[in-house]
Write a protein that binds this ligand. Structure first.
Ligand SMILES: [Zn+2]
Length: 64
């Protein structure tokens, strides 16, 4: 199974963004079985917001 860059649509801003091979490999390595829902910009915005509200950033669930 070959891995290629995927085009995904951000659930926040509806912009297309690329889920790169490198990122996919990272997700796979971490055991994440889902794809990012947001572009890098929205993700970092969300991350900053969570930090400000004192909620610790959580990595996704592991189902395997
Ligand atoms: Zn976005």
């Amino acid at each position: 199974m070959s891995i290629v860059d995927k085009s995904l649509t951000c659930s926040d801003c509806n912009e297309e963004f690329v889920f790169t091979v490198t990122e996919q490999a990272y997700y796979k390595d971490k055991g994440f079985d889902y794809q990012p829902q947001r572009c890098a910009g929205c993700r970092s915005t969300l991350f900053e917001r969570r930090k400000e509200s004192g909620v610790r950033y959580r990595h996704g669930r592991r189902t395997s």
